[in-house]
Ligand binder design. Sequence first.
Ligand SMILES: Nc1nc2c(ncn2[C@@H]2O[C@H](COP(=O)(O)OP(=O)(O)OP(=O)(O)O)[C@@H](O)[C@H]2O)c(=O)[nH]1
Ligand SMILES: [Mg+2]
Length: 672
Amino acid sequence: MSEVALLGNPNTGKTSLFNRLTRSYETVGNWSGVTVEKKVGVLRGRGGRIVDLPGLYSLLPLTEDEGVAARFLMEESPASILNIVDASQLERNLYLTIQLLECGRPMLIGLNMVDVARSRNITVNAALLQQELGVPVVSIVARKGTGCADVLQALRGLAQSKESSFRIDYGPVIESGVTRISERLSRAIAASSAHIRWTALQLLEGNEAVRSSLSESDVLDDLDGLIAETSQQLRLAGEESDVPAYLRKIRTERITQICAVALDRSAQRIHTATERIDAVLTHRLIGIPLFLALMFLIFKLTFDWLGSLLSDQLDGLISGTLSGWISSALDGLGASAFTHALVVDGMVGGVGGVLVFLPQICILFLLISFIEDSGYMARITLLMDRTMEAVGLSGKAFIPFIIGFGCNVPAIMAARTMEQRKDRLLTTLLVPLMSCSARLPVYALFAGVFFASDQALVVMGLYLMGMVLALALAKLFSRTLMKSEPSLFVVELPPYRMPQLLSLLRMTWEKVKGFLRKAGTIILAGSVIIWFLSNTGSSGFGVDMNDSFLASIGGALSGILVPIGFGTWQAGAALITGFMAKEVVVSTMNIIYQVPDMAGLEHQVAMAFTPLQAFSFIAFILLYIPCLATVGVIRKETSSWRWTFFSMGYSLVLAYAVAIVIYQGGRLIGLT
Ligand SMILES: Nc1nc2c(ncn2[C@@H]2O[C@H](COP(=O)(O)OP(=O)(O)OP(=O)(O)O)[C@@H](O)[C@H]2O)c(=O)[nH]1
Ligand SMILES: [Mg+2]
């Protein structure tokens, strides 16, 4: 099947178009670096496959995610290219377009964001652009779906079409160098003449990815000689810049010519709305307080105003109606007492106990999606840059941190967008300190019982604690464990966009779906295991829970938990099982305390903990160990067991230290 590669600058709407063309729902967001992995989809109407890729500014990859796109182009040789170009930033987007054209594949240009361009009085003449570039250009508004049918239509004939006639003349010195390099190359690799010319140009420009793709043949030595020769001749010809800079200069000149023909910016309006909003939101003094206020508002909505209200209703539905219905259905089927207990106490108790917090999770996800899609995300990194820089991190690390509030797994993958290995590693190690939504049920339960009047404040305190500790540890780790590399910080500030309700709801649903899937798999499995362990002991099934295996497992831990305030086997067991997924902490408590509903659980929890112990417990849950899925992705992204174990180890030590300070410190000043 023919394969189309979606390539273009970051944040130009590639994924938006991909979703339209394939009926997928991959994440889109208004900042650069949303997509960090390749995603394959099937074109609507039997058209072959299309691959969505991370954005890139040029074919010389700077970051891990750009590398994914550049390598895909070189190694997997897609049959054709769909290049997305942002019409409101044509000049800058064309730089990549030119390199893609030189690559000599059949190519289609999707001229996206024409609505944005129009609103700013920027006119791009698609027909003239098509003439200049020699490949078809289709105007689209990917977000609304306008023009997507034309893209599908144009893609159909594309793979068979001849390659573009586009060609830049780089002047006699470079051209003769390219000819000689091409001759040598064509003896070593089999490729079309356009592709050979492109390879020669990329080598002259110093593209490491192209170089390493040739490392297996023995041409590199010869080529290096030719490259050095060309560079010397360019100098002799009186050119001041080196070869890569010279190539860039020629390309930029060509872009200027193209734009003189196809682009009209004479009536352009500068983006005043965005600038006016930014004057406030990214203000040096009030920017950060505004961000904190927004966070507080989010927690107020999630916990105090809406979430708990809805979650009480849902609890009534699950533990009352649904549970009763399942119970009588089981009775009707003549199920044994064993099955009855397994289903009602184990499964419904364990999974239902977590599901009641669905409303809080939905609201939080909706609000995070709003931040992602509005353009505010990039501003937060700008605001935090100085603080981040001070602790040895790149400002860009704040994006993974915020994504981490939803789930740590995609957050760690988002670290790929950072240029320096040190920044990526530090971010990967610290993201687990960001309080993800899986920890939310635990907070909601405990804050509801012990800190009912200031839930939002307590929960926000926990989130901030995670962030402050992450910054402190960044300082510590970057001083002690890592070679110092100066961080690069280049952030694109996209224009603000009013998120569309439908796409917000869809983004939220995608995240909620992940949570529901988890409830149906790992939380369900965990609940069944916990139920068995809590009912089985050395003398067999049906023992008193205090003699169960679960009690022995949890009890083994309780000794070391005494100094931090919760030295019970129940707490120990909840912590161990919570490693599977943090929600399982709540499932475990539901099963252990054998409660009929949330009110029952709240009562039991109120008996088992004092407020000080409860706070120590939730702080411990926030910090203690990344969940199984997060550990998996840390291993994958760092390719190192050492760093993976380090991240588990340091978080355990940190959690213990913080909990001791809270509990013992609290007791010293007379709290209970
Ligand atoms: N106004 C307008 N907005 C668009 C259009 N296409 C996409 N967007 C918005 O632009 C932002 C970026 O869209 P994405 O599809 O995530 O862009 P991308 O190219 O995949 O970005 P990366 O994965 O970061 O490279 C989102 O906020 C979209 O809603 C369009 O045609 N018009
Ligand atoms: Mg994308």
